[in-house]
Design a protein around this ligand. Sequence first.
Ligand code: FAD
Length: 479
Amino acid sequence: MGLRGSTRRAVVVGSGPNGLLAAITLAEAGWSVSVYEAKAQAGGSLRSEARTLPGFVHDVGATVLGLAEQSPALRRLPLASYGFRLAKPRIALAHPFDDGTAAVVTTAIEDTVATLGSDGRAWRALVGALLDDWEHVLPQILGPVPLPPRAPCALMRFGVHAVLSARALARLSFRDERARALFAGFAAHACLPLDAPISAAFGLVLAANAHLSGWGVAVGGSQRLADALVAHLQTLGGTVHLDAPVAALAHLPNDAVVLCDVTPRQFLQLAGDSAPQRYHRQLARYRYGFGVFKVDYALREPIPWRAAECREAGTVHLGGTFDEIARSEDAVSRGLLPDAPYVIVVQPTVCDPSRAPQGFHTAWAYCHVPNGSDADMTARIEAQIERFAPGFRACILARATMSAPQLERWNPNCIGGDINGGMQDWRQLYARPVPSLRPYRTPLRGVYLCSSSTPPGGGVHGMAGWHAAHCALADARAA
Ligand SMILES: Cc1cc2nc3c(=O)[nH]c(=O)nc-3n(C[C@H](O)[C@H](O)[C@H](O)COP(=O)(O)OP(=O)(O)OC[C@H]3O[C@@H](n4cnc5c(N)ncnc54)[C@H](O)[C@@H]3O)c2cc1C
């Protein structure tokens, strides 16, 4: 690869949140940075589009920006000065039950305790303890293996629960169905069977994040976050080239450090013959996770949830009981389509009316499917919503669906519809994409990976890009 890294010049391939954070971090250090993005809009899975009717703004990918708000990489940036603003729903998350009631999560843990009956105290003990330790735990789980760990006691307290399966932790902690189901809804974001080790970690982290951040959304759509990041990068002297797919690393300037916001499969294509055989074999073995089938809705009125709390919630988890959600995720892991899928519904207009013409609403819903499945899950998703919100179908003005392969066409990083840049089981949580204390570095001199296929994995936080850029800066200083 020649003399990459001999000057302070960098090329970032891909403009997802990780690519943009990598670019900003290097530009802040005085480097000359160019971002090349294959698509016509910057932002990767932060892009918003008019997918249904005029005047309705849909986040095709991410909407809930709780991780972004708490990310050490993002929260230090002056994004408000570029027009970025968060809107918060009164209720971060609601989990409805068949009896017409719901458990809720808000920024006041007592609200949750009150909806969990006899398990309220157990929720406070389990999740409340993590909230107390959060400022020590969060920075350490948002990156590569924390060695040596800072605040080891806090990390240990988190770790003893986090390594368990969601089922084991729910059984150990809660006696009744409500709290177990609420926990399952968070844990199922992991895209793992709920019997899998470390599936509890996702439940704990997302529940704590929801309590602390309130799961806000970007006013006007997630694109506004991408646009603010691009504007900040440009203020720092960086440039973003759109409609500019990079086909091979060999096409990039030889004197530039390269950071790739792509997953291992794409990286191997970019690297061609230049990747050493051992690294090639390791990346070729990298595993991708569940796909997603998504529906965007333009609605004539808010979703008519039976449980009133759901009408004020930004996010609603559907699946009823722990066992039903577990069955859904287990089926997907075995390559099957669940009859009654676990569904995540996000209704941003609950707190951001600017996304729809006055009086109208937007929402999206997705469920997991086997990686690459082209199944149409619209009917099953809508049956789940109808179960908890009778009359929902009558509210639909228009819908736009996206199967797992279509999601990959929209964003080539969503391999087979995987929205997390690769499976996040115990083997690939930190060993992402390979076991290493510096997983961002590739064997190619001056070439780094910076996507969600590196720690800490999926979500809008930009931490992978931030760590990758710091790795590149450290290498440049040492050279
Ligand atoms: C449907 C959906 C819902 C989600 N919901 C949430 C949520 O609510 N909250 C949350 O925190 N996270 C959510 N996520 C996950 C989150 O969006 C991703 O984890 C995050 O965007 C990953 O960021 P990234 O920078 O690694 O990659 P991406 O955002 O995937 O961006 C990668 C970019 O690289 C570009 N690219 C790839 N190859 C090339 C090439 N060869 N040349 C040039 N450009 C290239 C792509 O076009 C893309 O723009 C969701 C994702 C999806 C798809």
